[in-house]
Design a protein around this ligand. Sequence first.
Ligand code: PLP
Length: 378
Amino acid sequence: MTRFETDAIHAGQEPDSETGAVVPAIYQTSTYKQDGVGGLRGGYEYSRSGNPTRTALEVNLAALENGKYGFATSSGLAAEDLILRAVLKPGDHIITPIDAYGGSYRLINKVYSPWGVTHTAVDQYDLVALEKSIQPGKTKAIWVETPTNPLLAITDIEAVSKLARAHELIVIVDNTFASPYLQQPLNLGADIVVHSTTKYLGGHSDVIGGGVVTNRPDLAEKIGFLHNAMGPVAGPFDAWLVLRGIKTLGVRMDRHTSNAKAIVEFLKSNNKVEQIFYPGLPEHKGHDIAKRQMRDFGGMISFRVKGGVEKALEICNNVQIFTLAESLGGVESLIEHPGKMTHASVAGSALEVPADLIRLSVGIEHVDDLIEDLDKAI
Ligand SMILES: Cc1ncc(COP(=O)(O)O)c(C=O)c1O
C-alpha cells in the first residue's frame, strides 16, 4: 500500500494507455460514441453520468480519504446538498454544530427547513448535550465540521462516531479546513466526508468544486444515484484543476501550517489582539483532541481585536500582502471579516460570530513578509 503523498500524485492517474501522457486528459465532451446500441467504451455514455477526467478525481479523492467511493461535484455546497438528500427526508431531524461555515447552516436552515427537515445546533464539545439532542426515530444524522469555520472549534470525531453508532445515526464530516493530509475522518469512524475542493484541495483559488467520500456501499448507491439524477457534477476542466492542485497538497499544507504557527506567535505578542483561535495553542479547548486526530494544526487562524468592529474592519482594509477576500486554502494569504462577509448569512442565528473577529487563511508566501504586513496593518 502506498502512502498519502504518493497517492496524491498517482491515484486515479495512471499514464494514458495509448499515448503515455503522464497527466490525465481533459475530456471536454458531453457524450461518447457507442459501438452499436449499448456498446459503451469503458462504461461512458454521457458526461453527467460519468466523465474520465472526473473519474480520475473521484478515484483520487477516495484514495486520499481512505474511502471506497468518491464523487466530485460542482461546488462544496452541491456536495453537501447531495449528502443531505441522500440521508434525510421530510420529517427527519439533523444535529448541526454551533459554529460552522455559514453557507452550510443556511442550506439546512433556509433550504431544508421549508421541506420539513428540522435541526438543532449543539456545542459538539459537550457530548452529553449532543446525546440529549437526539430525537429517537427522527434524528438521522450528525453534521460535524472540524476545525470549524471560522472559530476553529474541534469535534472529537471518534467519540461522536461512537455515540452516533449507538443510535444508528450517520456522521458527516466537513473536512475542508484540515484537508485529508491533516485528518482522515473515515479512519476515525465517520460515515461520509465532504469537501469544498475550492479550498486546500484545489489550492490555487482558481476553481469551485466539491467532493464526497464514503466507505458504505448503501450510502454510495444513494449518493451515486442522486449525483446522476440531480446533476451537480464537476466539469472536466474543473476536475482537472483540482487533480493538479492535489499533487502538491502535502507540501502546501506543511508550509501553510508552519507559516500559521509563526503568525500565531506574532499575534500572541501584539497587545491589540484580544483572543486567538488556533487549535495548535495549548490553551485552545480542542487542542488535545486536535493533537490526537490531526497530523498538524493547519493554516487557518481567527482572532479578535481590541477596538471592536471598527478596528477589525480597519485591519482588513490596511493589509497589503494579505488579500481582502472570501474563501481560503489557496497559496495566497487572505484576510476577511466573517461577520460581514462569509458568515453574514448567520447573523441573528445560533451561529452568529463576534463582530470583532478577523479570519486569516495563511498562504505560502515568505512568512516574514506576512508578519510585517500584519504588524503594519494592526
Ligand atoms: C468549511 C466549508 N464547507 C463548505 C463550503 C462550501 O463550499 P463551496 O464554496 O465550494 O460551495 C465552504 C466555503 O467556504 C467552507 O468553508
